[in-house]
Design a protein around this ligand. Structure first.
Ligand code: NAD
Ligand code: UGA
Length: 435
């Protein structure tokens, strides 16, 4: 089975490599030459655990290749996946589909024989039909079907999520397209992964509805964490007690500095725009978006309070810049709004992240000090802020880190320590939702 993956980003690269691992012949195509050159010389353009070994193994087996030449590979393909970005369109919050449509236009003239064109990007309802229209317009005689196959992997756990998904969703309109996708995913189906076949519209909406629901869950627990602080409850206990009800489930009930990343912020916004366009309401999702912004603002106040009421002239050590651990992705990371706000009020930032410092540098204001490790970041600091729960920060030598600081103050935005442990090393400790 021959697969072309258009877009060699977090999703395209991981999905393409995993399809190769299943035995398909895969070519990942990207318009960014440096990315393809890097991949062809064995260098990963992103940090994703296990990706380098997976890529190397499948390249060596001759099942995985990288190219900038789309035209050269389209003709051979049985399935062509669109895994390009769908960021927020500037100005109106809709998903920007220009990369999807450009890819559809670029591939159309080169189609030969029956091909399934599959949207893997997260796209608004109706996009697959528009892709079909574009291809038909540019190649009226082409023999093809369109399909929707949204991706549910998380960054940092992308390979295992892809290899062990809760479900595979395929939106199809023809038995032929469904058979091709089922054949490609057969190795997962053999492991009893359910494959849900729906129409195109349902598949497209399942993706947005799933991301929005998870975002709602996070915003819900973040609001509860505020209430916990006010009434003297412990949000960890509240989340645990709620999660024991199997109808609720314990996952995605961890409070923090607000959800970030390349997907929840843009997809929740896009869903409200899709609803608006079709005259439906999306009040719950809108509230989750508002609550997320409020959570970030509340974290800034929390840090200010820990600094004694003002950031002016204070040094803040920040551990973790990426929106979550095990990734170098800085898209919509809470650090991108929290740090500039502290700096505007006169704080000096000394930051560390195990993987994301290079990606963070162009996105954060000049003047952020990038440090070699947590102990260096803590040097002379008035507060230590734990922003991302990297494993490297879970077992810090608090005596050593406190010894490097001007004041022993810790603001733990991920609840990885507790007040008692911190107090033993002389820290004044605050966290999220533990009243
Ligand atoms: P990304 O920005 O990491 O990668 C997109 C890639 O597409 C880039 O390398 C870009 O150069 C390339 N590209 C753009 N136009 C192209 C074209 N015409 N031809 C070839 N390549 C082209 O994006 P991503 O994070 O992989 O996300 C891709 C899609 O998958 C988005 O719709 C996103 O919402 C969705 N998604 C992402 C994740 C995730 O964890 N990142 C998970 C599930 C779904
Ligand atoms: C998320 C979804 O989990 C994936 O299923 C989906 O495929 C992906 O978006 C996407 O569409 O791109 P991802 O953004 O990689 O994956 O990471 P998550 O683990 O979901 O975390 C997202 C944000 O929520 C992070 O900022 C994280 O810190 C935060 N979060 C997550 C919490 O604050 N609390 C939680 O309990 C869980």
């Amino acid at each position: 089975m021959k697969v072309v993956m258009i877009g060699a980003g977090y999703v395209g690269l991981v999905s393409g490599s995993c399809f190769a691992e299943f035995g398909a012949d895969v070519v990942c195509v990207d318009v960014v030459r440096e990315k393809i050159d890097a991949l062809n010389s064995g260098v990963m353009p992103i940090y994703e655990p296990g990706l380098d070994a997976l890529v190397a193994r499948n390249v060596a087996a001759g099942r995985l290749a990288f190219s900038t030449d789309l035209a050269a590979h389209v003709g051979d393909a049985d399935l062509i996946f669109l895994a390009v970005g769908t960021p927020t369109r500037r100005g109106d919050g809709h998903a920007d589909l220009k990369y999807v449509y450009a890819a559809a236009e670029a591939l159309a003239p080169h189609l030969t024989g029956y091909t399934v064109i599959v949207d893997k990007s997260t796209v608004p309802v109706g996009t697959a039909r528009e892709v079909e229209r574009i291809i038909r317009q540019h190649n009226p005689d082409a023999d093809f079907d369109v399909a929707s196959n949204p991706e549910f992997l998380r960054e940092g756990a992308a390979i295992s999520d892809f290899m062990h998904p809760d479900r595979v969703v395929i939106g199809v309109e023809s038995e032929r397209a469904e058979a091709a996708l089922r054949a490609l995913y057969r190795p997962l189906n053999l492991r009893e992964t359910p494959i849900l076949a729906t129409n195109l519209e349902s598949a497209e909406l399942i993706k947005y509805a799933s991301n929005a629901f998870l975002a709602v869950k996070i915003s819900f627990i973040n609001e509860m964490s505020d209430l916990c602080e006010r009434v003297g409850a412990d949000v960890q206990a509240v989340a645990k007690g709620m999660g024991m009800d199997r109808r609720i489930g314990g996952k995605f009930l961890h409070p923090g500095p607000g959800y970030g990343g390349s997907c929840f912020p843009k997809d929740t916004l896009a869903l409200t725009r899709i609803a608006q366009e079709h005259g439906a309401s999306s009040r719950v999702v809108s509230a989750a978006i508002e609550a997320n912004a409020a959570q970030k603002a509340r974290m800034i106040q929390k840090i200010r309070k820990a600094l004694g009421g003002s950031e002016g002239g204070k040094t803040v050590a920040v551990l973790g810049l990426a929106f979550k651990p095990e990734t170098d992705d800085m898209r919509d990371a809470p650090a991108l709004s929290i740090l500039p706000s502290l700096m505007e009020k006169g704080a000096t930032i000394r930051a560390h992240d195990p993987q994301a410092m290079e990606a963070a540098r162009p996105l954060l204001p000049d003047g952020v000090g990038y440090c070699d490790g947590p102990y260096e970041a803590a040097q002379g600091a008035d507060a230590l802020v734990l922003m991302t729960e990297w494993n490297a920060y879970r077992n810090l030598d608090l005596e050593r880190i406190g010894g490097a600081m001007r004041q022993r103050v810790m603001v733990d935005l991920r609840n990885i320590y507790d007040a008692e442990t911190a107090a033993k090393s002389g820290f004044r400790y605050s966290s999220v939702g533990r009243g």
